[in-house]
Structures are given as C-alpha cells and as structure tokens.
Design a binder for this molecule. Structure first.
Ligand SMILES: Nc1ncnc2c1ncn2[C@@H]1O[C@H](COP(=O)(O)OP(=O)(O)OP(=O)(O)O)[C@@H](O)[C@H]1O
Length: 256
C-alpha cells in the first residue's frame, strides 16, 4: 500500500489515471496563477482515492484535468493507456462519456426527468442500449428500487446523491470522479453515501476519485492525496480523520 510522501500506486496495482509533470496555469489580469505545479500522480485501479487540501490548493483543477474536463498547460495525462492530453475536444468529450463518470455536490439531476430516466441518461446520450441485468443490480446496490418513477425533488438529498452515483456508474466507466459529494448532506446521510462509495469499490472493483474538504470523508478512502499550493504534499494510506485534520490545519497555517 502507498506510504506517506510517495505518489506511486501500490505495488502490483494497475494505474487508472496517470499524471506526469502536469502544470495548469491561469491568467488572472497581468498575474499568472499556478494551480497545478508539475504534478506526478498515479491513481490505482479499483481503489477509493480522496484528494484533499486547503482552499485554493488545486483540488478542483486536478479533478478537472484528470477527468478531461480541462486541459493542462503542460505535462501528460493518461486514462488507462489512453493519453488524453493533445486530444481534440470532440474525442475528449467522447472519452469522458464512455469511460468517466461524475458525481457533484449538488447532484445535478435533471428535474423534469424521473429518477429512472436520470440514471439511464448517459446511455441515451451515448446511444447505447441498457444492460438490463447490470441496471437491475445497480439500482439494488444504490437502494432506489421503488423510487424510479419519482422526480428528483421528491427524493431526499441522500437518495438524490445515490441516484447521481447510479447515473455515474450506469455506463460502467473506468473511473468515477466525485467533487465534494457529501458537501450538501448531513453527517449521517454523508456517512451512508460514503459507505455506498466504499462498497462500489470493494464489491465491484470501481475506481473512485473524490475531492473533499472533509477529513472524516477522506478517511473513508483507501488512499488520500494531500495537496498544497498546486503540489502533492503527501499520499497517505488509510490515514485517520484526526491525522488528516491535523495535516490540513498545518497546511492552512502555511507550515509544510
Ligand atoms: N478559471 C480560473 N482563473 C483564474 N484562476 C483560477 C481559475 N480556476 C482556479 N484558479 C486558481 O487556481 C488555484 C487553484 O484553484 P482550485 O479551484 O483548483 O483549488 P481548490 O483546492 O479546489 O479550492 P477550493 O477548495 O476552494 O474549491 C486557486 O488559486 C484559484 O484561485
């Protein structure tokens, strides 16, 4: 398993996402902001990886670049064996649709569609037929059987986030990226959603990458990548929430 201070995948584990020397700079008036500063990172297949760090440390930029939503200024990114840097926008869009799933803090379900239609939307967008056995299993896993004809506004926050996870998984993506997925949930519901993420990893071998501010959420992951000033400060295997909170507090005070 990964240990503090390294950014290697655990020995013998395949790599789902690989970043080499990734920089992302933004122009801000006459200033340049370096959001990612020569990041090298391996995200292992079939593991739950959390990304945390102080506000402005580059977590969202890392997620957007690694998922192909944004393009780095320099460096290379691979999803599996496919290098996504240098791809045209249409090819990247297709790759995201086929191989990447997303879960957002605000669920982003379509209010006018039923939960069932929300979950299968990625298949319709990709013009793919549903695999009915998988769909049946998936809906059982996320505990939404019996709620498929409801609209999102008729579900609790936790149920909506479980629907969003099912939508992210329906096309069997290589990796699911989750951006603060528990940010809008109360503690108990957040714990239930994190349990579900953990089960998708341990039971289905799904690769999940989750950006979070919350040390308690990050502590549920197999590996936590801690960011600071656009760099990776640590990669920690199953750290406790206390250790992560302490690490974050030090980084927020500006200590290394
Ligand atoms: N579009 C942009 N234009 C200019 N600067 C940007 C842009 N997007 C991000 N930045 C800057 O890049 C740095 C990293 O931002 P990023 O959003 O990745 O951090 P973060 O760790 O996700 O922050 P938070 O936890 O507050 O969401 C910050 O200094 C931010 O102000």
């Amino acid at each position: 398993m990964t240990v503090s201070g390294t950014t290697e995948a655990p020995a013998g584990t395949a790599t789902a996402i690989r970043l080499d020397g990734v920089c992302r700079r933004y122009r801000d008036g006459d200033r340049t902001v370096t959001a990612l500063d020569a990041v090298d990172l391996r995200i292992p297949v079939g593991r739950f990886t959390a990304v945390m760090g102080p506000s402005g440390s580059g977590k969202s930029t890392l997620l957007h670049c690694a998922s192909g939503l944004d393009t780095p200024t320099s460096g290379t990114i691979r999803i599996g064996d496919t290098e996504i840097t240098g791809m045209r926008e249409t090819a990247r869009t297709r790759l995201r649709r086929e191989r990447v799933g997303f879960v957002f803090q605000s669920y982003n379900l379509m209010p006018s569609l039923t939960i069932g239609d929300n979950i299968t939307l990625p298949l319709r967008l990709a013009d793919r037929r549903p695999d009915h056995a998988w769909l049946h299993d998936l809906i059982g896993h996320v505990g939404l059987r019996g709620l498929l004809n409801r609209r999102p506004s008729e579900l609790s926050g936790g149920q909506q986030q479980r629907a969003a996870l099912a939508r992210a998984l329906v096309a069997r993506p290589d990796v699911v990226f989750a951006d603060e997925p528990t940010g809008a949930l109360d503690l108990r519901t957040a714990a239930e959603v994190l349990d579900l993420f953990g089960r998708m990893v341990s039971e289905l071998g799904q690769t999940i990458v989750m950006v979070t501010h919350d040390p308690v959420a990050a502590a549920r992951a197999d590996v936590t990548v801690v960011m600071s000033d656009g760099r990776i400060a640590d990669t920690l295997a199953r750290p406790s929430a206390e250790r992560l909170a302490h690490r974050l507090a030090r980084l927020e005070r500006g200590a290394a």
